[in-house]
Design a protein around this ligand. Structure first.
Ligand code: HCA
Ligand code: CU
Length: 409
């Protein structure tokens, strides 16, 4: 019996095994055009909004959210995007006010998403209405949308800080009216994954899930957004809200790239997304917003597939899965190796072989020492995309190793 499993992820998968998600398809709603535009410094032109919608649709998201009431430009963009006949549903996101719903109807929306803050703090400080008044307003608007024969989602804004009894009461009322979807946002990013799990479980224990499905919309104020959203899905929600690169109010919501990769490779419940577009989607947004993507950003950052320490280089050259969970090309990114004081003799040997120098272990060690003594940190980065490059590197390492072995004999 071999001690080593053929699949490098075999044991991790044993820990990760999720009975529920594997058999379900978790959907993605992308809100780059609504929540994303709420990020400081982000504002798209009409043309850019249309371009983003096409890209998101071709990537494979299930729903795209945009607000037609923000400005005339947003109205025009919403109207034009709805007319494109994309595969994804286009949701017009508006306040739970009839005049806003009319605006959504004017741009030809077939899906209307309304929101209303229902926590005591939102009711008291923002809306200055009672729970009862909030309920009446929400239900009137829900009925109004239905009376136009439209599909709708209702967002229980600040759900995570709402009295659970009131939250359940509101969800049950919406469910009775046949609202297609309810969004449960963690508006201020205060939840733990286990808390999100409990909240979704609670709602599902009171509603008829055949009539109404649940969205999770989690803010990233302490970096738990995606973990919270996935926990909500583990409990039975079936749609996660994302934006490209995670832009949104304050620190935003889960990034499309991280969500898509997690669902595909870690949760094993999607296989239809065009993941190779992810880096391009991120690049496009960065060009449009003039906000640089942090190089350490998972999946799409420039350093996401860079390898630096000598021990990592040595392993990567033989088999990249030693330090990577996916081939960077799958998400449109590229692998790089970094040479500097950490490169060690394997990295140095590779560098020498790239320069066409027929050298051995001693030269590699001298160069490795030199790189350390330069005190210049990283001196060179090279792409290491394909097999040929890896072969050159592998040969260089093999040479160093053979000489080492000879010496030990
Ligand atoms: C907002 C609030 C919201 C709504 C989420 C949703 C939130 O900025 O309008 O409609 O699902 O975080 O609660 O983004
Ligand atoms: Cu939000």
């Amino acid at each position: 019996m071999s001690l080593k499993s053929e699949d490098p992820n075999h044991f991790a998968n044993l820990y990760n095994e999720s009975r529920e998600l594997k058999t379900r398809r978790i959907r993605i709603l992308d809100s780059t055009l609504r929540e994303g535009e709420q990020h400081p410094g982000v504002s798209f032109t009409i043309k850019q909004r249309i371009q983003i919608a096409w890209m998101l649709d071709s990537f494979g998201v299930d729903q795209i959210e945009i607000s037609p009431v923000v400005s005339n430009d947003h109205f025009e963009a919403t109207k034009t995007i709805i007319r494109q006949g994309l595969k994804a549903d286009i949701l017009a996101h508006v306040r739970a006010i009839k005049s806003d719903v009319d605006r959504a109807i004017d741009c030809g929306a077939t899906w209307v998403a309304t929101y209303l803050g229902i926590s005591d703090i939102h009711l008291a400080s923002k809306l200055k209405i009672s729970r009862e008044e909030a309920k009446v307003r929400a239900l009137e608007v829900a009925d109004y949308i239905k009376s136009h024969g439209l599909k709708s989602r209702f967002t229980m804004e600040d759900a995570s800080r709402t009295d659970p009894d009131f939250l359940v009461e509101m969800c049950v009322e919406m469910n009775k009216r046949g609202i297609e979807r309810i969004s449960l946002p963690d508006t201020v990013g205060i939840m733990r994954p286990v808390g999100m799990h409990k909240m979704v479980t609670l709602i599902l224990s009171h509603i008829d899930a055949a009539k109404t499905s649940l969205d999770v919309h989690c803010h990233n104020d302490v970096g738990l957004a995606l973990a919270n959203a996935l926990a909500g899905c583990d409990a039975g929600a079936d749609q996660i809200h994302t934006t490209i690169d995670g832009f949104g109010e304050r620190t935003g919501i889960p990034s499309l790239a991280e969500t898509a990769v997690a669902l595909t490779f870690i949760y094993d419940c999607r296989s239809d997304l065009r993941l190779h577009m992810l880096k391009d989607l991120s690049r496009t947004i960065s060009q449009y917003t003039h906000l640089e993507t942090p190089e350490s950003k998972p999946i799409v950052g420039d350093s996401a597939y860079k390898h630096k320490a000598g021990t990592h280089l040595a392993a990567i050259l033989r088999d990249p899965s030693a330090y990577e969970i996916l081939e960077p090309k799958l998400v449109g990114n590229r692998r790089k190796i970094v040479f500097g004081e950490l490169a060690g003799k394997n990295g140095a040997g590779y560098l020498l072989s790239l320069l066409g120098l027929n050298t051995g272990r001693e030269e590699a060690e001298t160069l490795a020492r030199g790189l350390k003594e330069l005190r210049m940190g990283d001196v060179l980065e090279l792409y290491l995309d394909d097999r040929l490059e890896r072969k050159i590197l592998n040969d260089a390492v093999a040479k160093v190793k053979t000489e080492e072995r000879k010496e030990n004999w």
